[in-house]
Design a binder for this molecule. Sequence first.
Ligand code: TPP
Ligand code: MG
Length: 560
Amino acid sequence: MKTSLSIGEYLIQRLYAHGVRHVFGLPGDYVLGFYDLLTKSKLGIINTCDEQGAGFAADAYARVRGLGAVCVTYCVGGLKVANTTAEAFAEKSPVVVISGAPGMKEREKNPLLHHKVREFDTQKKVFDQLTIASAVLSDPQTAFQEIDRVLHAALRYKRPVYIELPRDQVGLPGIPHHRPPDLHERSNIHSLQAALAEASEMINDARRPVILADVEIHRFGLQDQVLKLAESTGIPVAATVLGKSVIGEQHPFYIGIYEGAMGRDDVREYVEGSDCLIMLGAFMTDINLGIYTARLDPGRCISATSEKLSIRYHTYEDVRFKDFMRGLVGLRLRPRKLGKIPRPASIASLRRLDGQSNSRSLTPFKREPLTVRITVKRLFETLNSFLSENTVVVADVGDALFGATDLFIRGRTEFLAPAYYTSMGFAVPACIGAQVANPKLRPLVLVGDGAFQMTGMELATVARYRLNPIVVVLNNNGYGTERHMQDGPYNDLWPWRYSRIPEVLGAGRGFLVETEADLRHALTEAQRLTESFCLIEVRLAQLDRSPALDRLAARLAKRL
Ligand SMILES: Cc1ncc(C[n+]2csc(CCOP(=O)(O)OP(=O)(O)O)c2C)c(N)n1
Ligand SMILES: [Mg+2]
């Protein structure tokens, strides 16, 4: 029996131990050795058309499963996932970027090898900026520890990491009998207790506390804790755009999305008027804060994240986010009656539409002449009644995302979107990652025509791995979001016949939607056709837009 695994084998073993089952990417000569190991391992390979697609897919996979991996070749592949890694960093998604590289022997005398940019470590330097930890596995003596260190950082900080595999090292044995250390970090108990005591007093004294739940609740899997906290205390919960779907939106404690002046007024007044705002895992980004229209007084806030814990103006060091959350739930806080709270607008409109809040079917809704041209507003209203418990909504940037913030996410339905970094091209590849991560989910992809032209060809990958998302292309003939801020010929696009892409791919079903009747027909068919992907092209008027985009465009135009 071998006493030691090779460096490549150890990396695969550790990824598997941390729950990774698939690696996204495509090969090149610098990484072929590792691909060969992958094919012999328990990890599946998902071959995408383009590295950027692999990067977005791995990001979505990480958001759903807790850790993702993308594997590419040196520079030509690696630099194409720079953007997706930047997104994973900005939005806290733990993706392991594995890149092949020239062997250590080949680097002697600094030859001009193909794919090299400037120095051998140019790509590594780029990724130092985009990740929370990085390693070049250039020494078998330290390679296993380096793998442990870097993977630990990804899980600890929920941020991407970079591992470079020089091709002559992949098959070398590491040190024998290596065991990964237990890297469980503990909170400083005194600091934790003091923080909980202050939090407890503040919450109990408050007249009208409210929880604002954000993205780190998703990343650390703390959804149940938030729910318990709300239910045991009677404190209502708002979410941010980035944290959308943190708890089921039909929940009686849920009040809606808070996004400063961009969001609904009743939610804004409730959150900003609270004398104790409990911000959990919240990132205060411009979009989350409604382009800085939010008015949150730190003197009335408890704010806990994996990076920082502050209560009013005090900061507590060395307190792990999970420990604080668990402690908060364990406190015997004063229960209170759930008073009159705002309710998500969609609940009311949904009842109007389909008579019940949990309908899975397209039951009849408000009768209007069905030959009317479809509008963005009606599109989202109809989609609302179409969502089910096993839908994962994947929204791309543009009106797909803005309109989707008003969607009513049920139960444990997931919502994935690059709501902070806002890179176009996320949604189609992300749906691959999401469905591979959890095959029980059927993705509903919402993507603008502009974003679709960037990465829509990953539908070939969807076909190859027999996935079955429903992809709705919002075809408004160009970069609609930008037209509302400043229009010009640069916002135009060549008009593809999106609904006919299945013919080119030889897979999937395409639908062209121009009226409400078309839409209902397409959605009903898509619901029935579960064998393959369905592409629904919705032809919208060029300047039509969702109410949410109305609000945003007005704000942004003022700031330009
Ligand atoms: C990769 C990338 N390039 C450019 C932008 C700037 N941008 C933001 S929205 C937008 C237009 C999006 O067009 P489309 O996907 O058709 O959606 P729509 O706005 O029409 O709903 C652009 C170009 C971006 N966010 N990401
Ligand atoms: Mg568009």
